[in-house]
Design a protein around this ligand. Structure first.
Ligand code: ZN
Length: 76
């Protein structure tokens, strides 16, 4: 476990692995509830709020190809 002491100012658009800039791949809708219990592990009560679609912004790192999901900002 290393590198966990620098929480604080961190570029939200930077890759957690290599620090490169994540490129947005757009917003996709993912189905939550039902049989996919894994979402509850990831999103907790969020997954229980609505048994429907969860919008997530997909961001990919062009350097190490790590993919991250982020909740898109409301009112956009
Ligand atoms: Zn990366």
């Amino acid at each position: 476990m290393t590198g966990s002491s620098d929480l604080g100012q961190r570029d939200v658009d930077a890759c957690l692995r290599c620090g490169s800039t994540l490129e947005s791949m757009g917003v996709d809708e993912f189905r939550v509830g039902g049989t996919t219990g894994g979402w509850k592990l990831l999103f907790g009560e969020w997954a229980e709020l609505g048994e429907g679609m969860l919008k997530l912004e997909v961001r990919a790192c062009s350097n190490c190809r790590q993919v991250e999901f982020r909740v898109p900002s409301e009112g956009g």
